[in-house]
Design a binder for this molecule. Structure first.
Ligand SMILES: NC(=O)c1ccc[n+]([C@@H]2O[C@H](COP(=O)([O-])OP(=O)(O)OC[C@H]3O[C@@H](n4cnc5c(N)ncnc54)[C@H](OP(=O)(O)O)[C@@H]3O)[C@@H](O)[C@H]2O)c1
Length: 246
């Protein structure tokens, strides 16, 4: 039996367990099981590995351990190193642990279906998830500007966007990496001059519940292209599977 799983602190509503359990069933992949491992502290990680050393074949990592797990790994993939977050751990044939960030791949493959030639991006929010987005945009050669509730030399504030709406008019890819709009607070959305949106815009929301967030609805109203975070979520899961089996 090959055991895969997710480590995190509170895992009641995990997408990954349902996704992989269904995948093993529909794709008739024999001998695989996906379990949730709730750790109170990352210091419990070595014990978990030791406990399941004969069967454990791959792990996903979620909040709050994406950074802290790195100290226990033998190798870190260059993208995960740049992002400073690991969400996938591979057990190499040599018995080593190697960390990857598949949010990066999930996001990158999700937006690559759009023609983004010549477009500049605004990234809303500067939390953990935004780091993978920044790395993907920079690798795709898409110039981007970070937007935060706190202005700094690296970030514009929402007030600045309201004072200078041309910034929104001229940045045709807008990515929401804040939790705003997530069920049940479905009315939530970033404070932007939405009247500047046009059919030239592409709006991407990392949130996927509800399917059309208040932010994405503003894009739809303006004739923009929209996408929620579900394809990214599936993309990161599939990339993890590919890494574990490579
Ligand atoms: N689809 C996927 O595959 C996928 C993958 C990863 C994460 N996600 C989703 O992406 C979202 C962000 O994840 P995360 O781990 O980066 O979360 P996070 O660190 O808690 O928050 C991200 C950032 O959003 C901004 N923010 C938070 N509350 C806000 C508010 N009330 N108003 C305006 N801005 C606010 C903050 O940036 P500033 O302080 O700079 O304003 C914060 O750093 C979550 O909803 C998560 O579920 C989806």
């Amino acid at each position: 039996m090959k055991l895969f799983g997710l480590i995190g602190r509170t895992l009641k509503h995990s997408f990954s367990k349902n996704y992989f359990t269904q995948k093993y069933k529909t794709e008739k992949i024999p001998g695989c099981q996906y379990e949730l491992f709730e750790l109170n502290d990352i210091s419990e990680f070595p014990q978990l590995i030791a406990q399941h050393k004969d069967t454990l074949s791959g792990l996903n990592v979620t909040i709050p351990y994406k950074l802290d797990v790195m100290q226990y790994l033998d190798e870190i993939d260059s993208h995960a190193e740049a992002i400073q977050a690991v969400n996938t751990v591979k057990f190499t044939p040599e018995g080593k642990l190697k960390g990857y960030n598949t949010d990066y791949y999930g996001f990158r493959s999700s937006i690559e279906t759009w023609d983004l030639t010549g477009k500049k991006a605004l990234v809303l929010g500067t939390g953990g998830a935004s780091k993978a987005i920044e790395k993907a945009l920079s690798d795709l050669g898409i110039p981007y500007q970070m937007v935060s509730r706190t202005a700094s030399d690296k970030t514009l504030s929402y007030e600045t966007l309201l004072d200078f709406p041309a910034i929104v008019r001229e940045h045709h890819l807008i990515i929401n990496t804040t939790p705003l709009g997530t069920y049940p607070d479905v009315e939530g959305k970033a404070n932007l001059p939405y009247e500047e949106l046009s059919a030239d815009h592409c709006l991407f929301d990392l949130v996927y519940n509800p399917e059309v967030t208040a932010f994405l609805q503003k894009g739809l109203d303006a004739g923009a292209k929209i996408k929620n975070g579900y394809t990214m979520l599936v993309g990161q899961a599939e990339k993890s599977w590919e890494i574990w089996n490579s």
